[in-house]
Design a protein around this ligand. Structure first.
Ligand code: PGA
Length: 249
C-alpha cells in the first residue's frame, strides 16, 4: 500500500515571514493521515525544519548538485541539504530543465548523489505543450523516466512527479483521462525497468495547477498517489484544502 503524499514546492518564494503558513498547517493538521512534505528555498530549509520540530511535515530541497562538494559557486550539495534538515530533494523540475539546461543524464547524476546521502528523490517529468500537440507525450515521458531515474531504486527512495509543463502555474490541467494515461505509462515503464515488486511501491504525484477545487477529482485517478503543488502550497488555507482532499481520497 503506497502512502499518499501531499508535497509543496515553494520555488523561489518566501522569507522568514512565510513560515507563519507552516504554523497554520501544523495547527490544522496535527495528525495527518497522509504524508506531508514542504520544499522551501534553500535559505529557509533549516529554519523551517526547526519550526516544524516533531510535527509530521518533512522538509526537502528543490535541487542539489551532482558533485559531493567543490568549486561550484552558488550551488547546494546533497550533504548540505541533509545537514540543514532536509530528507527529500526535488530533481529535474521543468523550471530547472528549462532555466538551467538540465538533461536527463544530469538529473540522474544528481539523483545518484542525493541517494548516496540518504535523501529521498522526487524526480519530475512532463511534456511541453508542443510535445503534447505533436502526440509525443508518452514517448517524452518514457524517455525522461528511462534517462533520469537511477537503477535499483526502491519506493522508499524515489517518488516520481508528472508535471505537464503547460499546466504549471497556468490554471490549466490535463483531462483526468490524460492524467491516467500518463500515470499508467509511468507505472508500466517503472515495472519494466525495476520489476513489479519495486515499481508498485513508488509513489506517483501529479503536479500542475492543483488547487483545493480540483484536487479530489485528480486524486481519484488511477495511479495518482498525491500531488506536487506549487502556487497553492504558499497559502496554508489552500494547501490544507488539498491535504483534506487527499485524506478523503
Ligand atoms: P503549480 O506548480 O502548482 O503552481 O502549477 C506546480 C509545480 O511546478 O510543482
Amino acid at each position: 500500500m503506497r502512502k499518499k503524499l501531499a508535497a509543496g514546492n515553494w520555488k523561489m518564494n518566501g522569507t522568514e515571514a512565510q513560515l507563519a503558513e507552516v504554523d497554520s498547517l501544523i495547527t490544522s493538521h496535527p495528525d495527518p493521515k497522509v504524508e506531508l512534505l514542504l520544499c522551501p528555498p534553500a535559505t529557509l530549509i533549516e529554519r523551517m525544519a526547526r519550526r516544524i520540530g516533531t510535527a509530521q511535515i518533512a522538509v526537502g530541497g528543490q535541487d542539489c548538485h551532482a558533485a559531493v562538494s567543490g568549486a561550484h559557486t552558488g550551488d547546494v550539495s546533497a550533504e548540505m541539504l541533509r545537514d540543514a534538515g532536509a530528507r527529500h530533494v526535488i530533481l529535474g523540475h521543468s523550471e530547472r530543465r528549462a532555466d538551467h539546461g538540465e538533461t536527463d543524464a544530469c538529473i540522474r547524476a544528481k539523483a545518484e548523489t542525493a541517494l548516496a546521502h540518504d535523501l529521498i528523490v522526487v524526480i519530475c517529468v512532463g511534456e511541453t505543450e508542443a510535445q503534447r500537440d505533436a502526440g509525443a507525450t508518452l514517448d517524452v515521458i518514457r524517455t525522461q523516466v528511462a534517462g533520469s531515474i537511477p537503477d535499483g531504486v526502491t519506493g522508499a527512495q524515489l517518488i516520481v512527479a508528472y508535471e505537464p509543463v503547460w499546466a504549471i502555474g497556468t490554471g490549466r490541467t490535463p483531462t483526468l483521462e490524460q492524467i491516467a494515461e500518463v500515470h499508467d505509462a509511468i507505472r508500466a515503464a517503472l515495472t519494466e525497468r525495476l520489476g513489479a515488486a519495486q515499481a508498485d511501491t513508488i509513489r506517483l504525484l501529479y503536479g500542475g495547477s492543483v488547487k483545493p477545487g480540483n484536487a479530489a477529482e485528480i486524486f481519484a485517478v488511477s495511479n495518482v498517489d498525491g500531488a506536487l503543488v506549487g502556487g497553492a502550497s504558499l497559502k496554508a488555507a489552500d494547501f490544507s484544502g488539498i491535504i483534506a482532499a487527499l485524506e478523503a481520497a
